[in-house]
Design a protein around this ligand. Structure first.
Ligand SMILES: [Fe+2]
Ligand SMILES: [Fe+2]
Length: 467
């Protein structure tokens, strides 16, 4: 994969000042142009490509930790220098990987920043050593690169700004993704939930890089100052790369969960100001027993394990005390249409349903729904159907339900005369769902980012808190 270093630097440099929020001092973009060849080789040697290929991607925002990833072109040992000071005074250097050995690799550097203060602004810079590795006794540093820019982020927690955004079903399509990113740059929420189907079917870790690290959009540094919380969709479960997708978008910090829940690396329960945000993973949209999967999926016990996790998460004092409770997952937890496949039958349920895969997830709704209801959850935000929809609360479901739009830009696929074709359909548009607290209410706006207008606007009263 060839990534244009100059393209990244120029786009990123132009946006470096844009990363600065109103509360941050404006940071001067230091890089205006960098040659494609970062290191001048000795005579006769093949010129090396730049080592750092992407701006940083903030991920897994939490109260006291933050993940930082960036793409590299060669064997590397990456690090982050982090400080509370804009000039990085007294910065702490954190290397990629964990204890014992660093995570030397040639694709993505993943650095976990821990021991941070809640709701606090931090400044950081990324860098990496280029490593020539022959064997366990023959390795050396053969270069070093640092991104010249200083970026910033704010940790979450009860004292953070109560604001989030949600994108979903971007499916590696740069046009709708770019539109959503532009809207997020305008809204500047505390964090963004990437609610699944970022991928299509990815076989290699390298193929994940244009999706998460070097997307061909104007704001290539979309996540350098804006943390993303990635929740997988069914498409993010497919292909060999899905088995190690945490090599690109890391699992959440282990201290966020009990040892019992060691493998629940995507779930989150985190305070974002007055909002308690709950992340759940609905998994695949077909049964584990489906012939096409060759017995390679294990979603059923995964969903049950998340119920146990959810019950404990909702009982945590910091979550219980939040006036607003919003849950996120990819596959809808509700659908009123009688022909919408609920995902708990084989194929199309003997012709009862319009699709041979889950349009919604009845199993998850039955496992998680009563817990969310009991906790006074006001809203569940889902995705998957590629068409925006709002379901009012009703008897037996106290929470409202929003289904985000998909990547289709005013068109949809239909079968016409036996052939699948694209037809004009204005009900299909990508969305950014925005949530924020103001005037004692949780306000939610669904932005149609194709027409740049608001497709739906709702607000919710605080929940009754019984501590
Ligand atoms: Fe999708
Ligand atoms: Fe999906």
């Amino acid at each position: 994969m060839e990534i244009d270093r100059r393209e990244f630097i120029l786009a990123g440099g132009a946006l470096a000042a844009g990363c600065a929020s109103d509360k941050m001092p404006a940071l001067k973009p230091e890089v205006t142009e960098v040659p494609d060849v970062a290191e001048v080789p000795a005579d006769g040697e093949v010129p090396k490509r730049a080592l750092i290929l992407s701006p940083p991607v903030l991920q897994n925002a939490a109260e006291t930790s933050m993940g930082v990833g960036f793409a590299v072109s060669d064997m590397a040992n990456g690090y982050v220098d982090v400080s509370e000071s804009p000039d990085l005074a007294g910065a702490r250097r954190v290397k990629c990987g964990g204890y014992r050995v660093t995570d030397m690799n040639d694709k993505v550097m993943l650095v976990r920043l821990t021991g941070l203060k809640p709701a606090t602004t931090y400044y950081y810079r990324i860098g990496a050593d280029r490593i020539e590795y022959k064997n366990g006794y023959a390795m050396k540093i053969v270069g070093h690169e640092e991104d010249a820019r200083v970026y910033s982020f704010q940790t979450l927690g009860a004292g953070a700004r109560s604001s989030f955004c949600v994108i979903n079903d971007t499916h590696a399509q740069m046009a709708p993704f770019g539109m959503a990113i532009d809207k997020i740059a305008e809204l500047k929420p505390s964090c963004v939930v990437w609610n699944g189907d970022a991928c299509n079917t990815q076989e290699t870790i390298e193929s994940l890089l244009p999706i998460f690290y070097v997307p061909k959009i104007a704001r290539v540094d979309y996540a350098a100052c804006q943390p993303y919380m990635f929740l997988p969709g069914n498409h993010d479960c497919r292909g060999l790369a899905s088995r190690r997708i945490e090599r690109a978008m890391m699992f959440r910090q282990p201290e966020e969960r009990l040892s019992r829940d060691w493998d629940l690396g995507r779930n989150f329960a985190v305070r974002c100001g007055e909002i308690a945000m709950i992340g759940l993973d609905t998994g695949e949209d077909k049964l584990d027993s489906r012939d096409v999967f060759a017995g390679l999926f294990n979603m059923e016990p995964y969903r049950v394990a998340q119920r146990v996790w959810l019950e404990d998460a909702l009982a945590r004092p910091d979550i219980q005390s939040a006036p607003y409770l919003v849950a996120f997952c990819h596959i809808p937890l509700y659908d009123a249409r009688p022909d919408a496949n609920p995902g708990d039958c084989d194929k199309d349920g003997g012709g009862r349903y319009s699709t041979d895969y889950a349009a919604w997830q009845r199993t998850c709704a039955n496992l998680w729904g009563p817990l969310l209801e009991k906790a006074g959850c006001q809203l569940v935000i889902t995705a998957h159907q590629h068409r925006y929809r709002y379901d009012e609360p009703m008897a037996g479901r106290s929470w409202a339900h929003i289904v985000g739009g998909g990547p289709e830009l005013g068109v949809t696929g239909r079968v016409v005369n036996g052939e699948r074709v694209q037809v004009k359909d204005e009900s299909h548009f990508p969305t950014v769902v925005e949530g924020f607290v103001g005037g004692g209410r949780l306000h939610v706006r669904v932005h149609d980012v194709l027409k740049n207008c608001i497709a739906g606007e709702f607000d919710y009263a605080p929940r009754r808190i019984d501590m």
